[in-house]
Design a protein around this ligand. Structure first.
Ligand code: HEM
Length: 525
């Protein structure tokens, strides 16, 4: 009797399970068919599989080769189908530099696409803000802090760290120590960014090996990006787990959680030095000197509503600033140095220019004067590196036009800085490092190159730290090449330098040993 009840129970259980699975599969098949045949984007050209499901992207980004490969598939799709293509159920991609002015136009309403807002686990930061209006009001609070004027005013902070960087490099020469350039420049960028933004330096340059764990930490954050694009929220889940547990399966992301706690502590301290009334916060005690200001003070002193002035909000803003600044700047610096050292003519010409402009090997000159040096390979370094190589999709709440195509409101539309910066029609032989291309006497050619020079993107979501990045890169390149003779150590372009994976930031192949140099000489005049 009991056996019969058991059997009929397990039969009905498997019947219900089978029915549920059947319903799910029917619903899923219906959804795929809707995406391909009935979706408002169904008329746009592109592979049917990409139109049906985001798993098409997931396959290339997570399973093909070392991952992060969808950007190359998108290249192939463009080659086959044209300048505007459908690369996801609700996503288009445009490969036409002229369209930047429409998609990323300043002052027009654009939201960020939902799957991008959480890739660094900072949905309260400006980077992670989806809605246009909220993004605009948050950004207006921080814009003045990162303006060219503010960066110039605090240039001494950058110069001090660059001096320290050079002194640590000099000590490496005495020990004949090989320098991992990405470690060194992540350290200097983290120190510059934390001192500049939080008025409290992380002091990573103080370590003789440039605190490699910082570079590992930042790489840990971006390593997870392809997964986070497919599974938004995964970073939040990781954060909620105990650090000791996360350490077991992802030590790099555990480091990030530790850093988050550090920042949270600092933010809490700053909060404690403020008194909060019903309406607003105000500084207790005397006014802080300009140097000791931070983005936290900026937010607390702003007219932003009180619910924007929380420890959570500011911790996330700080995390996203450090994450956004570090890998981008360090990969640009390391890649530029690799290319300069790989070509003796370029290296000698650059060193001669710097010797003439800078009095002594240890003297630093102002950023505004560095900008006037024609050969300092700034632009070419950013162009060839493409530090942010991932597509930057946005959503327009009203329809957009691309040539004969009307793009419906609500569709995701992306463009990719790589398509501009490595465009052979604008920069001939785009994978050749050639600073002289920027010295052209043809104003029309120069104008076209300048318009396509978009490593920081443009419009309302453009990089807020572009001026800080420029000042940092100018100072590091000029100081390093003026003072040191460097030689590359076992660095192979295909393995260690070139972009091979899209993790939002560019990454070389996983086997990369990094870009490594030895200091073989130090100028004394
Ligand atoms: C070579 C260096 C850098 C490059 C190439 C770069 C590039 C970019 C790009 C392309 C974006 C747009 C991302 C998007 O549309 O989603 C961006 C955003 C951002 N960057 Fe940078 N960046 C660099 C350095 C920095 C630095 C030094 C900082 C910090 C001080 C910084 C902070 C940010 C922030 C906070 C955002 C989000 C802005 C927003 O959504 O309004 N970046 N960056």
């Amino acid at each position: 009797m009991l056996d019969t009840i058991d059997q009929s129970f397990s039969f009905s259980k498997s019947f219900v399970g089978g029915l549920a699975l059947g319903c799910f599969l029917a619903w899923y098949a219906g959804r795929l068919a809707y995406n391909v045949f009935l979706h408002p984007l169904s008329k746009f050209p592109g592979p049917k599989l990409a139109a049906a499901t985001r798993w098409y992207e997931g396959y290339f980004d997570l399973l093909v080769g070392q991952g992060g490969q969808y950007m190359y598939e998108v290249d192939r799709i463009h080659q086959k189908y044209g300048a505007i293509v459908r690369i996801g159920p609700n996503e288009l991609h445009v490969k036409d530099v002229e369209y930047y002015d429409t998609l990323y136009a300043l002052g027009v309403k654009r939201n960020k696409v939902p799957y991008m807002i959480d890739i660094f686990g900072t949905t309260l930061s400006i980077f992670g803000t989806e809605k246009h209006e909220l993004h605009r009001s948050r950004r207006m609070v921080l814009n003045p802090f990162f303006s060219k004027r503010s960066v110039t005013r605090l240039e001494s902070v950058i110069q001090e760290k660059v001096r320290l960087l050079c002194d640590t490099m000099s000590a490496c020469k005495d020990r004949r120590q090989v320098i991992q350039l990405r470690d060194a420049f992540t350290a200097s960028t983290v120190d510059i960014t934390t001192e500049y933004s939080f008025a409290q330096c992380a002091n990573t340059l103080a370590q003789p090996d440039f605190s490699p764990e910082w570079d590992q930490m930042v790489r840990g954050v971006t390593e997870i990006v392809p997964l986070a694009r497919q599974f938004p929220g995964i970073i939040q889940i990781t954060r909620a787990l105990p650090i000791s547990f996360v350490k077991v399966f992802n030590p790099l992301s555990a480091k990030y959680s530790e850093f988050e706690r550090l920042i949270r502590g600092q933010v809490s301290e700053i909060f404690a030095s403020y008194s909060s009334s019903e309406e607003e916060f105000s500084v207790i005690g005397t006014e802080k000197p300009a140097y000791a200001r931070s983005i936290f003070h900026e937010v607390l002193n702003s007219k932003a509503p009180k619910h924007e002035k929380t420890v959570d909000h500011m911790t996330q803003e700080a995390l996203s600033v450090v994450a956004a600044a570090s890998e981008t700047t360090s990969s640009t610096l390391a890649t530029t140095i690799f290319h300069v050292l790989s070509n003796a003519q370029i290296r000698d010409r650059l060193k001669a220019e710097l010797k003439e402009a800078m009095e002594g090997p240890r003297s630093l000159i102002e950023w505004r004067r560095l900008e006037q040096l024609p050969y300092l390979a700034m632009k070419e370094g950013l162009r060839i590196t493409v530090p942010v190589c991932g597509r930057l999709p946005l959503v327009s709440p009203s329809p957009l036009q691309y040539k004969e195509w009307t793009i419906p409101a609500g569709a995701y539309i992306g463009m990719c800085p790589r398509d501009a910066l490595h465009n052979p029609a604008i920069y001939p032989s785009p994978l050749t490092f050639n600073p002289s291309r920027w010295l052209t006497n043809d104003p029309a050619e120069k104008k076209v190159m300048d318009l396509a020079f978009l490593p920081f993107n443009k419009g309302s979501r453009m990089c807020i730290g572009a001026h800080l990045a420029y000042a940092n890169i100018y100072h590091v390149l000029s100081a390093v090449f003026r003072r040191f003779d460097l030689e590359l150590v076992d660095t192979i372009r295909e393995r260690d330098v070139d972009m091979a994976r899209d993790h939002f930031g560019m990454k070389p192949v996983k086997e990369s040993k990094g870009i490594r140099v030895r200091v073989v000489g130090e100028a004394d005049i």
